[in-house]
Ligand binder design. Structure first.
Ligand SMILES: [Zn+2]
Length: 269
């Protein structure tokens, strides 16, 4: 396994016009212009308390579109830090749309809930999302970019079954193939290559399959759009933030790869 490096903070624009900032539209993209260049961010909900960055990373060739979000719950640092890591990557194909810090007011408060309660209960399948932030994420990100799959990066406090109230280290797939098999393949890799043998309670598990029965973003994506989507959870219990962030980013990289979007680094080119 190659060592991975993690960038902190936002990447900067490299001389590319961000023509659509604040317009609510996707940025204009000149694919040929941006190979090898770091992608600029545009802003969602600019000028409001919810203002947050959106990255659109074009791969070197055409391919599927994946959406990656973090920070739906504002106290889940490893989720949004891993999403920030993904926003700094480049890919060989397709398009990766990343909103690393979806729920900025909750992140500012380091609290699970931001304004109006639990954001991950505002996405009823088959209906309009029930808050302004949820509607923006759904309409201006998910529907705007028409993803072939979606990743939602979270963090649990405890270990599944060992701590009865917590979901533990797990990947929860929608029922849409190949989500369940991709989740299992990613979990096998994490347990084989990343979780130390001395931490058997931390072996990742495949979470229950999501059928659109709850008003969560991933349930809604699977149910309304019929796409593979995943909730990734790592556990705070006995792990440090860097480890959780790395495991979450590794899971994201694997799931992107299983959807035919490979991360590339300068050394690969
Ligand atoms: Zn969460």
């Amino acid at each position: 396994m190659k060592r991975r490096t993690y960038l902190s903070g936002a990447v900067t624009a490299v001389g590319l016009p961000v023509s659509a900032v604040g317009s609510g539209l996707a940025p204009a993209i000149g694919v040929n212009d941006r190979e090898n260049e770091t992608q600029p961010a545009s802003m969602l909900l600019e000028g409001t308390d919810y203002e947050t960055e959106l990255y659109v990373i074009e791969g070197d060739s055409t391919g599927p579109t994946g959406i990656v979000v973090g920070g739906v719950h504002g106290d889940e640092k490893s989720g949004y830090r891993a999403a920030e890591t993904v926003s700094s990557w480049q890919f060989d194909a397709g398009r990766v749309v990343v909103v690393p810090r979806v729920n900025q007011p909750a992140i500012d408060a380091n609290a699970r809930h931001g304004v109006g309660g639990d954001l991950n209960r505002k996405f009823p399948p088959g209906e309009e999302p029930t808050t302004k932030l949820a509607r923006t994420i759904w309409n201006d990100v998910v529907l705007q970019y028409e993803p072939d799959f979606l990743l939602d990066l979270h963090r649990s406090k405890g270990i599944y079954e060992f701590h009865p109230d917590f979901v533990g280290q797990a990947i929860y797939p929608t029922s849409v193939e190949p989500a369940p098999s991709n989740a299992t393949e990613t979990i096998d890799m994490l347990n084989e290559d990343h979780v130390p043998w001395s931490m058997p309670f931390h072996e990742f598990k495949t979470g229950n399959t999501l059928y659109g029965t709850s008003p969560m973003l991933v349930h809604k994506a699977g149910d309304d759009l019929g796409i593979p989507a995943y909730i990734v959870e790592t556990a705070r219990f006995l792990t440090d933030l860097d480890t959780r962030t790395e495991w979450t980013a590794v899971a994201a990289r694997s799931l992107l790869s299983l959807h035919d979007i490979e991360r590339v680094t300068e050394g690969d080119r």
